[in-house]
Design a protein around this ligand. Structure first.
Ligand code: ARG
Length: 581
């Protein structure tokens, strides 16, 4: 049980002696430590219906509450209950965490089946900044969900079907450089796509040729299907290199093409159920008029009037669309994969698309808890969308490469004596970690400005600072001559700094589940920063190796627990820790 839960149990018993509350009593962690560690507004919520003054009610609750061995309680303001955990209770809690592999984190996911749809790059197009955010945020959510005991299916919904294949097929047949393809498959596929795309502009004949290639592919032409398959294989190989480097893994790669056979029957079913209807030859889902227009994703306001804003699921020429595929995907996930929840980690520009898909699914009777986990853009120094100098979209590989190079340069400067091979390995960990942490420490919905210097700084809110903190703690144990067994250690929290560090360590189990409440890995990112800062404050104020027993063992155990918690916190963010720096 977390300390928060212990307080809730005891508070509920006290409240139960006075009245029957209509909702479970709740305790929250205090925003401002000056007033205590936890608080509850239970007295303020119920005072009115009990016809009592909130402060008087708070007083009777406190009088009934057994806080012994756990906390002290006081009343603040109009009737808040403030609790301060005693140093002994923190010592007891952190001592028990030393023997807990889960570091106090509950398995609150309860085996719920969740599909996490993230990354989803498009074949023969490079991964751009939006895919960077999706990949890093999605992977962290998957790690947290797995740790909390959800049954996670991380699914890479690859954009492996669509009109771009007309151009790619034409390019493959006429422009392909086989050696370049072998050396760097994604780059070569992108090159041929770009060249055909540029040539088409002034050449209507070429456009027709590409369309003809696409029609052949869709009709199952053997040669084109085979080329298409090769494109997918090459793209996957290239993508896997990046995912390996990022240590991102998927359980499934069910790309758009996987759902091709399901699209036609889906549209028929939607028509039969009157969820969709024909309009100018196309098949569309319109509003069913059951929602107020401002909440209805199938309505849009223009010129002070509400207009239809349908989702098209079959074009007049018979072609299917992104929305059709996403409905088929959703159906498969719910009916075949038995999803309880589906999380779509996709940029905010696709918000309307997902609102329409979720609303249509509801009318269709497909039940799962679906969430669009949106995110903003990454901006360059000029506060405009991040682009390369030549004005192109920035590619993920290039960002990773530059981060690693910059980390290597700093390491070379700071550690000229370190063997080159070790330096390269650490630079990889630090560089990749920096890119991830810069992403995950932001509120996902805000646009953020990309800055190499800020994200690679050794001091500040960065991965290198956290990784260095971890190295620092481990170096204490390297200096130790004897074996240290933390499982038998007893913690005593004699100073303010030890107490604060223990307070944060005890909170890990409360914090991790909150990440999934609103899909905010930045809560965890902020937590690990706070933990590292608390460690440094402790380490400056309190000698460890030079302390007398039993303080020495207690402090060593505190270091041990900090190092494990920091490592686990970073692991849930997908960030590795090097052994030296
Ligand atoms: N391929 C899409 C894109 O690049 C992302 C796919 C997101 N997932 C989904 N089920 N629509 O924008």
């Amino acid at each position: 049980m977390t300390l928060l839960e212990e307080l809730e149990v005891r508070l509920a018993i006290a409240v139960g002696k006075i009245f029957e509350p209509s909702a479970p009593v709740q305790v929250t962690s205090a925003a401002d430590l000056r007033f205590g560690d936890y608080q509850s507004n239970v007295a303020m919520i119920h005072a009115k219906s009990l016809k009592q003054a909130p402060r008087a009610l708070a007083e009777s609750i406190i009088a009934q509450m057994d806080v012994s061995g756990l906390a002290t309680a006081e009343i603040a303001g109009p009737g808040f209950l403030n609790f301060r955990i005693t140093p002994e209770a923190y010592a007891r809690k952190t001592t028990s965490l030393l023997a807990d592999e889960r570091l106090g984190v509950p398995a609150s996911g309860d085996g719920r089946r969740v599909i996490i749809d993230f990354s989803g790059p498009n074949v023969a197009k490079p991964m751009h900044v939006g895919h960077i955010r999706s990949t890093i945020i999605g992977d962290s959510l998957a790690r947290v969900a797995r740790f909390l005991g959800y049954r996670v299916i991380a699914d890479n919904h690859l954009g492996d079907w669509g009109t771009q294949f007309g151009m790619i097929l034409h390019g493959w047949k006429n422009l392909l450089d086989r050696d370049a393809l072998a050396a760097n498959p994604i780059a070569e596929l992108v090159r041929i796509y770009r060249e055909v795309n540029a040539a088409i502009k002034g050449d209507p004949l070429l456009l027709d040729q590409c369309k003809a290639e696409l029609v052949k592919l869709q009709a199952g032409d053997v040669e084109n299907v085979e080329i298409w398959q090769q494109c997918i294989e090459h793209s996957k190989a290239g993508l896997n290199q990046i995912y390996d480097r990022l240590d991102v893994r998927f359980d499934d790669w069910l790309g758009e093409s996987f759902y091709n056979d399901r699209l036609a029957p889906l549209v028929d079913d939607m028509l039969a159920r009157n969820i969709a209807r024909e309009s100018n030859g196309a098949v569309c889902i319109f509003s069913d008029g059951k929602m107020p227009p401002e909440q209805d994703p199938f309505m849009v306001q223009r010129d002070q009037a509400w207009h239809d804003n349908p989702a098209i699921i079959r074009k007049a020429d018979g072609g299917f669309l992104y929305a059709t595929t996403d409905l088929a995907t959703l159906e498969y996930r719910i009916d075949e994969l038995q999803a309880d929840e589906i999380w779509y980690v996709v940029g905010v520009p696709q918000q309307l698309h997902f609102r329409q898909i979720f609303a249509a699914a509801e009318r269709w009777g497909k039940k799962a808890h679906c969430t669009h986990v949106g995110f903003g853009s990454i901006l360059g120094d000029d506060r405009k969308l991040m682009k390369t100098r030549s004005g192109e979209n920035v590619q993920l590989v290039d960002v990773l490469e530059e981060a690693v190079q910059r980390a290597a340069a700093t390491l070379a400067e700071k550690n000229p004596q370190m063997p080159a091979e070790q330096r390269a390995a650490i630079a990889e960990i630090v560089g990749i970690g920096s890119v991830k942490f810069a992403e995950l420490s932001q509120n996902r919905l805000t646009d953020y400005v990309f800055s190499w210097d800020r994200m690679l700084a050794l001091q500040g809110d960065t991965a290198p600072y956290l990784q260095y903190s971890h190295v620092r703690i481990r170096s204490i144990f390297r200096k130790l001559n004897e074996a240290f067994d933390s499982s038998t250690a007893q913690l005593h929290l004699g100073t303010e700094q030890e107490l604060h560090l223990a307070r944060l360590l005890a909170r890990f189990g409360e914090l991790v589940p909150t990440v999934l409440e609103d899909f905010r890995p930045n809560l965890l990112a902020n937590y690990v920063l706070e933990l590292a800062r608390a460690f440094h404050a402790f380490f400056e104020a309190c000698p460890v190796l030079k302390a007398e027993e039993p303080t020495r063992s207690s402090r060593l155990a505190l270091c041990e627990l900090t190092s494990r918690t920091l490592e686990k916190g970073l692991d849930l963010l997908g960030i590795h820790v090097p052994e030296a720096m």
